[in-house]
Design a protein around this ligand. Sequence first.
Ligand code: FES
Length: 80
Amino acid sequence: MVVRVCMGSSCHLKGSYKVVQRLEELRSTHPEIQIYGSLCFGNCSDGVCVEIDGKLYKNVNAENIKQILVEAKNGSDPLK
Ligand code: FES
């Protein structure tokens, strides 16, 4: 699972680093999560933006990233 977190300034101000910290926590038990930084996705007003396996998700935060990962996995819950 390839997760690209926007490292643009707008998303940074909206907490992208907290999303990365939460992803790192989740990766400790789910090593299939690959975390990368990304340049601006062009959706700055809807940040934090995160791309998961090629699909863009908006308004991501440290609280909802786990659920978004689950949804990205088509409803299964591999990240309990
Ligand atoms: S800064 Fe994140 S989408 Fe532009």
